[in-house]
Design a protein around this ligand. Structure first.
Ligand code: GLY
Ligand code: MN
Ligand code: MN
Length: 428
């Protein structure tokens, strides 16, 4: 792993918290993600399982965590299974965790080889009444692929048909949506790497540069700093500013265009998610600046409005009302359109058609029930935009914030965002 060692306290605290949410005589199981095949004999890079990482810090394939807080034998209350290193693996893949290393990373004393899993698990199930098993319950996920957890659930239900099976995901979501101080430190590192990448781009972008060259510069900066892309970057010049999920990054940036950069590095699996929109030639036109500043005002007001106790939907409504006013001032909406708007489909949606923000953490669109009011420790993106295909450009700005008892803290407060500052750095 490229990140520096993380205090195992982060993971042991998370295990303690989830144990507190589980019922009596219950165990929980979390499996690593599969290593997915290509169409031939290759494999795709493995994405560590966010839940397994959250509870153990383990990123290695074929690992399994079993938590059984009420187990009669103390040493069986937390067990981590990892694959046993051998000569073949050593030759082809290199390092795999030793038991001692897995203990150090996770803080779990009882580490076993994966080959011991069936026997030990059978013994634990005979003592347990309930098994909490893990499924992808992200509301917006489309899941066509069966995971290791899914296969495990099938096998488990076949082998132990009379147990009480419960969903682990809601418990994990409840915990993961509120970040601990240690998690916020890792998020800050991801933000810092992202900011450094962006500063590099401010000096690099000019007419004639291709979007993929911009991506290459970022790759260099992120990887050099122990990060990697948290998601496929959106590097969109000109009319492609308005394509919300533009991923081709294959066009040439031209004078007079804006370049929309939705870019984020992850660090230790924690994601940053940032958007900046910059002028390709280093200077915004008057119109571009007007639209930009309207988005910036909505961004700032929405950041200020992300307070403890607020519901996501109310926060969004406030920003949409503000956006209506900005669009009116820009001559893009008429008063009558706002007057007759349907409150579920406000007038601003014609130019600002996506959500205001989402929870952020181990996943970019992180888990967590957005019908629960913001708590201190909730990390959110704030990402208003105005997209005007008829004028050939759009602007989105996106910062990452932490909701705290003392008000929102902007993790991206130091990343250039004022038009003057962006122009000054680009022309230095
Ligand atoms: N980069 C994905 C998003 O902004 O939600
Ligand atoms: Mn983004
Ligand atoms: Mn986002």
């Amino acid at each position: 792993m490229r990140h520096k060692p993380i205090k195992s306290k982060l993971f042991s605290e998370n295990r303690k918290r989830i144990a507190g949410l589980m019922g009596a005589k219950a165990l929980a199981v979390v499996n690593a993600n599969d290593v997915l095949p290509t169409n031939a004999d290759g494999t795709l890079p493995m994405e560590p399982n966010a839940d397994l990482f959250f509870l153990t810090g383990i990123e290695q394939e074929e690992s399994v965590l079993v938590l059984f807080p009420d187990a009669a034998e103390e040493k069986q209350r937390e067990i981590l299974f990892v694959r046993q290193p051998n000569q073949h693996l050593q030759i082809w893949e290199g390092y795999k965790h030793s038991k001692e290393d897995a203990r150090k990373i996770s803080g779990i004393k009882n580490v076993q080889w994966l080959s011991e899993f069936p026997g030990i698990f059978r013994g634990l199930m005979c003592e347990a009444e309930t098994a909490y098993l893990n499924t992808n319950e992200h509301k917006r996920a489309t899941v066509d692929v069966e995971t290791r957890d899914d296969r495990f659930i099938r096998g488990c239900k076949r082998d132990f048909p009379l147990h009480d099976f419960r969903r682990l995901a809601p418990l994990l979501h409840e915990l993961r949506v509120v970040k601990s101080d240690l998690e916020i430190e890792l998020l800050k590192e991801a933000v810092d790497i992202t900011a450094k990448g962006f500063r590099r781009l401010l000096r690099f972008v000019k007419p004639g540069i291709a979007e993929y060259e911009v991506e290459a510069e970022l790759t260099r900066e992120f990887i050099k700093r122990r990060g990697k892309f948290a998601y496929t970057p959106i590097i969109a010049a000109g009319k492609n500013n308005c394509v919300l999920h533009y991923l081709q990054n294959d066009q040439v940036c031209k004078k007079g265009q804006l370049l929309l950069l939705d870019i984020g590095s992850s660090y230790a699996n924690y994601s940053a998610d940032m958007t900046r929109t910059i002028p390709v030639s280093g200077k915004f036109s008057r119109r571009q600046k007007k639209v930009y500043n309207a988005v910036l005002r909505v961004l700032r007001a929405s950041i200020a409005g992300a307070t403890v106790g607020k519901l996501h939907k109310d926060w969004t409504k406030e920003s949409q009302a503000h956006m209506n006013e900005e669009l009116l001032a820009l001559g893009l909406l008429k008063k009558s359109q706002i007057k007759k708007q349907d409150s579920d489909n406000p007038a601003c949606r014609k130019y600002f058609m996506h959500g205001l923000g989402h929870s952020l953490g181990l996943d970019v669109h992180d888990v967590g029930d957005m019908n629960v009011p913001f708590a201190a420790g909730t990390v959110l993106t704030v990402e208003p935009g105005i997209y005007i295909p008829d004028e050939g450009f759009g602007v989105r700005l996106e910062d990452d914030i932490v909701v705290t008892e003392n008000g929102p803290v902007n993790l991206m407060a130091k990343v250039p965002i004022e038009t003057d500052e962006i122009e000054a750095v680009m022309n230095r």
